[in-house]
Design a protein around this ligand. Structure first.
Ligand code: NAG
Ligand code: NAG
Ligand code: NAG
Length: 663
């Protein structure tokens, strides 16, 4: 034991000697020395789509003074650093006309305000251990924006001197960071997509409506032994709306740190602990949260809901709802509701004029705060016929919600467990529940209690349905929910139920991505198509699934062989469908072309079928970012009656697909 103890002491001595003689495991500052750095930060925001527009932003130049306040006696690379911004000066970053340049000949005080500049110059301390920032301490301060700015500066000092990928905490959250080391140089790349941080804002479940975010973050350090001589850190964020890429922004920043001089500085403390050092300081230093103070955008100049309602009552006329002015009023209302309490919202329902109430319901369903949903739940009466218009509004708004919450689903479930006077409203509520389940599963909330309850509600509703029309409603809900675990059930219902129900079950199956329609499912569906026993509309629904889920050579051959054997109109419809595919870049086009090389299948007899049934598709609109398509299927009975018509509208944007509507 004694031997081990001596060995330990020797190791410690050797290590301390190594550190003192310049060997470094981590960056550090020299004790007793004040290090003066020049700090330059540039922030620029541009319209990514029109580079000719001048961006906005600023450049700031400052000097920094840093020195060691405390260090660990037995680990010289654990230090408490004092950091203070000295002189600071703001400059324009983009070309400006002389008379529009607010940065020209102006002091920081005049530009930012004395208080902000004072906050900027308040020193802070950071605990630096083996290159990692373990804590940032600041005298009590309420200016969180300035504090975030300074935290960003401190994290420039976070680096390690060995290559590899690690997880690090900084202002961006807990992120994956890759270090690449060469002599006296360190390259640090932060993967901003990997960062875990408190949730802020939301995005749309529907990718077509979502934004695309492309961030980058790279820093270059140059060191001399353990001393940081210079840093250049660049970060950029490109944000683009998928639906309209001209609505986009690029925000970039560049921070630069350059060692200017080393001067005599205050002596450090190493006899006492870090905590004792902190409490011994004259100012009251508090540990700051590592995260950026929530970037929540406050509702700027927002009136109280009560006052805003007066404006709405006066300015919003039902005939104007489709105008841009109404959209602006709506967005503001959503923001105000997000800040309002339940009592205020209930009060608003009392004071709102009749035509404003649906508008208010829409806004609450979009705002989705706990207070607003709870108020809405209390207000809406599912047994009141007068409320029917409102109920419909609420249900549609829920179905179209960009990011439904558990609370929203909870309200809906509660209402459905009670009694609902109008059966149509009840049916709509069931279908909307399915849509909410589908969206929430995409948001990875599929296993939450609320969603599980809702699934159970739909499945038991389907099981207990009294008649076919009720069954169809629950099946439509399942079609919206798109739960892979229900595929066997849908298949079973397709085979056991009458044509009307089977068709709905099949149309639900058709919505699943191809990966869920496996060989076994395909075999069943193929059997349905080829058996006379099933109604024609069911068989056609089956063949559509086959055609759109990677059909094999054999599948196509069998479908083509059936033409002529399956009645005039059905044959005509199938030919129309196949010709349609051949005119587009449908994924099945290639295999169909391959099969059609066979003269036995591709001949006049087979392809000259007459009839009224038809299927066609086309473009409705094309923009730089989107393609909107429509398709219309008309299927007639052999005696000339229209049996079924289906129209679909779809939106494609940057590889994402939205099935917008089906009638
Ligand atoms: C800042 O504005 C001045 C005009 O006041 C202009 O001459 C100068 O080029 C601008 N600086 C930058 C970096 O664009
Ligand atoms: C800071 O972020 C982490 C996630 O990286 C989180 O666990 C923590 O709760 C956040 N702190 C605050 C105060 O939001
Ligand atoms: C100093 O560093 C050693 C080794 O890393 C550690 O065990 C010890 O707790 C530190 N001392 C103080 C006072 O922080």
């Amino acid at each position: 034991l004694l031997f081990l103890f001596l060995l330990f002491l020797t190791f410690k001595e050797v290590y301390l000697l190594a550190v003192k003689s310049g060997y470094s495991r981590a960056p550090s500052l020299q004790p007793g020395v004040a290090h003066k750095y020049q700090y330059i930060v540039e922030v620029l925001m541009e319209h990514a789509s029109s580079p000719t527009l001048t961006g906005s932003g600023f450049k700031a130049e400052a000097t920094l003074k840093t020195f060691v306040v405390w260090r660990n006696n037995s680990n010289l690379e654990e230090q408490l650093i004092h950091l203070q911004i000295d002189e600071v000066k703001f400059l324009n970053i983009s070309e400006r006309e002389e008379n529009k340049n607010i940065f020209k000949d102006i002091s920081a005080d005049a530009l930012l305000g004395q208080e902000n500049v004072a906050a900027l110059r308040t020193p802070l301390l950071f605990h630096w251990n083996l290159g990692k920032v373990k804590g940032i301490y600041s005298p009590e301060e309420t200016n969180t924006k300035i504090q975030d700015f300074k935290k960003g500066l401190v994290y420039l000092f976070q680096l390690q001197l060995y290559s590899g990928t690690v997880t690090e905490v900084d202002l961006s959250g807990k992120c994956r960071v890759t270090y690449d080391i060469s002599t006296d140089k360190v390259k640090k790349i932060k993967d901003l997509h990997s960062c875990q941080k408190p949730k802020f804002g939301f995005s749309s479940v529907t990718k077509v409506f979502d934004v695309d975010w492309q961030p980058t973050s790279t820093s270059h350090y140059s060191l001399e032994k353990s001393l940081i001589k210079s840093v250049v850190a660049e970060e950029s964020h490109l944000i683009v709306l998928n639906l309209k890429s001209t609505t986009s922004a690029k925000i970039s920043s560049r921070q630069q740190l350059q060692l200017l001089s080393l001067e005599q500085g205050p002596a450090e403390n190493s006899e006492i602990s870090l905590q004792e050092t902190l409490t011994g300081l004259p100012a009251n230093y508090k540990l700051l949260d590592a995260n950026a103070t929530s970037a929540k955008s406050p509702c700027t100049d927002c009136p109280l809901l009560r006052d805003y309602l007066k404006i709405l009552n006066k300015e919003l006329h039902p005939a104007d709802i489709s105008r841009a002015s109404a959209t602006k009023l709506f967005l503001k209302l959503v923001q105000i509701i997000r800040e309002s309490r339940k009592k205020e919202i209930l009060h608003a329902f009392k004071k709102a004029k009749d035509p404003i109430i649906p508008f208010l319901i829409d806004a609450i369903t979009a705002a989705q705060t706990e207070a607003s949903l709870s108020a809405l739940s209390e207000y809406l009466d599912f047994n009141n016929e007068v409320h029917e218009l409102y109920l419909e509004k609420f249900l549609y708004a829920s179905a179209f919600s960009s990011h439904p919450s558990k609370e929203l689903l909870h309200i809906l479930m509660n209402k459905m467990k009670g009694s609902i006077a109008n059966p149509e409203i009840r049916d709509t509520a069931v279908i909307v529940t399915g849509a909410l389940i589908g969206k929430m599963c995409k948001m990875k909330l599929c296993k939450s209690q609320e969603v599980e309850d809702a699934k159970e509600f739909i499945l038991s509703g389907l099981e207990e349905a009294q008649d076919e029309s009720e069954m169809k409603i629950y099946l439509l809900a399942l079609k919206n929910a798109l739960l892979p675990e229900t595929i066997p059930l849908l298949l079973q219902l397709t085979q056991e139920m009458s044509g009307a129900v089977s068709v709905v079950a099949l149309s639900a199956l058709q919505r699943f991505p191809a990966k869920y329609i496996n060989a076994e499912v395909k075999k069943e569906i193929s059997r349905i198509f080829h058996q006379n026993y099933y109604e024609k509309s069911v068989r056609l629904a089956a063949v559509e699934i086959l055609l759109s889920n990677n059909p094999s050579y054999m599948d196509i051959t069998n479908i083509l062989l059936a033409i002529g054997e399956i009645g005039t109109e059905m044959s005509r419809f199938l030919i129309s469908k196949i010709q349609n595919i051949l005119h587009t870049d449908h994924p099945s086009r290639k295999v169909i072309l391959e099969v059609l090389k066979d003269r036995l299948l591709h001949n006049y007899d087979r392809f000259s079928r007459t009839g009224s049934s038809t299927s066609f598709a086309g473009l409705l609109g094309v923009t730089q970012d989107t393609v909107t398509t429509y398709s219309l299927d008309l299927f007639f009975s052999d005696s000339g009656f229209l049996r079924k018509s289906t129209s679909d509208f779809s939106l494609f944007a940057h590889g994402y697909h939205l099935h917008a509507s089906q009638v």
